[in-house]
Design a protein around this ligand. Structure first.
Ligand code: UGA
Length: 438
């Protein structure tokens, strides 16, 4: 099939390359001239395992092209897949300007029957509005007859950063929201060759499934984080508790890692958006309000823990391991790590930071007083305390006996329980995890 993917961020680029690998001919469109130029040269503008190799493979096989000009690739395209960003506004609403801008552009250049599919995470009802928008544009330029043949589909993504390709090629489910059998069928053919249960359903269901999935996972995280607070108070170990409850298949083992809370470009935005959607529809979604509150509280609580132990952090040298919102990515959007570093810095701590992939992105966002160290060990040199903020496996591989010698005070606050099983107290460290004493 001939498909056009609009938006070359994490979702658009991974999906575009994924569909190309499945055998489709893909044109990726973006307004960012520099990004398109880099992609054209085989460069991926962010870190995502396997993506660069797949990009080059698809380019060599001539299955994918990149352009800033939608018109030049619209001819004969069967599916226009919208994958642009839907960031939160200052008021916590979903900013849909990019989606509707693209819908306008599609309407202006469409002169044949096609499906407009939306992969961006959008509030319930948006797909229908996008279809109206495309049709209105077509009618305005005298294409009323063809406009009736345009269909819309909601195809939410469930890609997790750091393993996005893995998730693309081994999905648990493929959700397709549409208004008729033909559209479901065409969208089904787009995904032919992929495993996973097909959920062919209505537009509204598909839109809500996406929010429900992210909100439920965020709820699991906030639940285990509150349990960690209890565990700490009663002298229990959250990791043992999480492991034991996770063995029950009704609960499941994933998303039960206690820590400094969830971040990233999806969970904070999507949980708030669903909370707001509920409110707009006259329903107070109390549980989600609490999920958000617990998540914010988790960062405050971690900071208090550090301050309680050190007295004041003013003038104290603190090494921070991690900037990304989780291990495996260089994405620092809504990163709890970044927030904690900024707050420690504002309280007068002298911060030295290291992250294997996210340093470039964080430069310029953090205060000039913060030192970017070339290695994890260098960051910890002369430190009064070490805070672990991102779950990079690399941090487990340092020599902890050398680390012990390099630090002035062998105190570790582990915001991810990454080192909890490493028996660091036996090596002379004072170790504080989240709901665990290691
Ligand atoms: C998430 C979902 O997992 C994807 O299915 C979804 O497609 C994506 O959002 C999206 O909406 O686009 P992602 O944001 O890449 O993917 O990250 P996750 O792996 O879900 O982690 C989110 C946050 O939760 C991270 O800050 C992570 O550190 C935190 N987390 C995760 C915990 O604190 N504890 C856990 O047990 C798991």
């Amino acid at each position: 099939m001939n498909i056009v993917v609009i938006g070359t961020g994490y979702v658009g680029l991974v999906s575009g390359l994924g569909y190309a690998k499945l055998g489709h001919r893909v044109a990726c469109v973006d307004v960012d001239v520099a990004k398109i130029a880099a992609l054209d040269l085989g460069e991926v503008p962010f870190y995502e395992p396997g993506l660069r190799d797949l990009l080059r493979e698809m380019q060599e096989q001539g299955r994918i092209v990149f352009t800033t000009d939608l018109y030049s690739v619209a001819d004969g395209a069967e599916i226009f897949l919208i994958a642009v960003g839907t960031p939160p506004t200052a008021f916590g609403e979903v900013d849909l300007r990019a989606v509707f801008h693209v819908a306008d552009d599609i309407g202006k250049c469409l002169d044949h029957e096609a499906i407009v599919a939306i992969k961006s995470t959008v509030p319930v009802g948006t797909n229908r509005k996008v279809l109206d928008c495309v049709r209105e544009k077509m009618i305005a330029i005298g294409r009323e007859n063809v406009s009736r043949c345009i269909q819309v589909a909601s195809v939410p993504e469930f890609l997790s950063e750091g393993k996005a390709l893995e998730d693309f090629f081994a999905p648990h489910r493929i959700v397709i929201g549409a208004e008729n059998y033909t559209t479901h069928d065409v969208m089904g053919r787009l995904h032919a060759g992929l495993p996973g249960t097909r959920i062919c359903t209505t537009l509204e269901n598909a839109e809500l499934i996406k929010y429900a999935a992210n909100a439920f996972l965020a709820t699991k995280i906030s639940f285990i984080n509150e349990m960690a607070c209890i565990a700490e108070r009663v002298g229990a170990d959250i990791q043992t508790v999480a492991h034991a409850i996770g063995l029950d298949p009704r609960i499941g083992p994933s998303f039960l890692k206690a820590g400094i809370g969830y971040g990233g470009s999806c969970f904070p935005k999507d949980v708030s958006a669903l909370h707001q959607l509920a409110g707009l529809n006259g329903y107070d979604f109390k549980l989600l309000g609490a999920v958000i509150e617990v998540n914010n509280h988790q960062r405050d609580w971690f900071l208090r823990k550090i301050e309680n132990r050190l007295g004041s952090v003013r003038g104290r040298k603190i090494a921070a391991w991690g900037l990304a919102f989780k291990g495996g990515t260089d994405d620092i959007r809504e990163s709890a790590a970044l927030d904690i570093i900024q707050r420690l810095c504002a309280r007068g701590a002298e911060i030295s930071v290291y992250d294997p992939f996210a340093m470039t992105r964080a430069h310029g966002l953090l205060s000039d007083d913060i030192v970017f160290a070339p290695t994890a060990m260098d960051a910890a040199e002369g430190a009064d305390a070490l805070v672990v903020l991102t779950d990079w496996q690399e941090f487990r591989d340092v020599s902890f006996s050398t680390l012990r010698e390099r630090m002035v005070n062998p105190l570790i606050f582990d915001g991810r329980n990454l080192l909890a099983d490493m028996h660091l107290s036996g090596l002379g460290f004072q170790y504080e995890g989240v709901g665990t004493s290691g």
